[in-house]
Design a protein around this ligand. Structure first.
Ligand SMILES: [Zn+2]
Length: 154
């Protein structure tokens, strides 16, 4: 639904290339584009499923295994693998948060996506189609996790 008028181009430092004010979270996008030249698209949403699950999930990461839909992520070829989503605390200081994300990726690998607690999800791909596929998979897979938590409640 976006039109060119909704898009503001920025450089890799997040500075606008034309009139306008970039999103407060631009630094989280540019961190990904700077670190990996194969990333051609980054999507961020405030998906209710992700926001809710990230808020009640106690650990600082969420790993899933055994789901066919894991194969939606680029390079994942079997449900027998494990896909891990780190969960970072929300932070209004985007420079600090993006540095934390970068540090985590250097230590643990880039992965496919990360969550920000009580806020949303970032995911990326080689192009917008792959990125959107990842986003849709996250929506389903984390939706399953949320439903499992409800079912398993005593
Ligand atoms: Zn946001």
């Amino acid at each position: 639904e976006l039109t060119p008028a909704d898009i503001l181009a920025v450089n890799m430092q997040g500075e606008p290339l034309s009139e306008g004010k970039p999103s407060a979270e631009t630094g989280l996008h540019t961190q990904l584009y700077r670190r990996d030249a194969n990333i051609g698209a980054v999507l961020h949403t405030h998906s209710p499923t992700v926001v809710l699950l990230s808020q009640i999930w106690q650990d600082d990461s969420l790993s899933i295994t055994g789901w066919e839909l894991q194969k939606a992520f680029a390079g994942e070829t079997t449900h027998e693998g494990t896909v891990t989503f780190p969960i970072f605390p929300n932070d209004q200081d985007i420079d600090r948060l993006s540095a934390q994300v970068e540090d985590h990726m250097q230590q643990h690998g880039q992965g496919h996506a990360y969550l920000i607690r009580g806020h949303g999800v970032y995911t990326w791909g080689k192009d917008i189609a792959e990125c959107y596929r990842h986003l849709e998979a996250i929506e389903h897979l984390l939706g399953y996790q949320l439903e499992l938590l409800k079912i398993r409640q005593p």
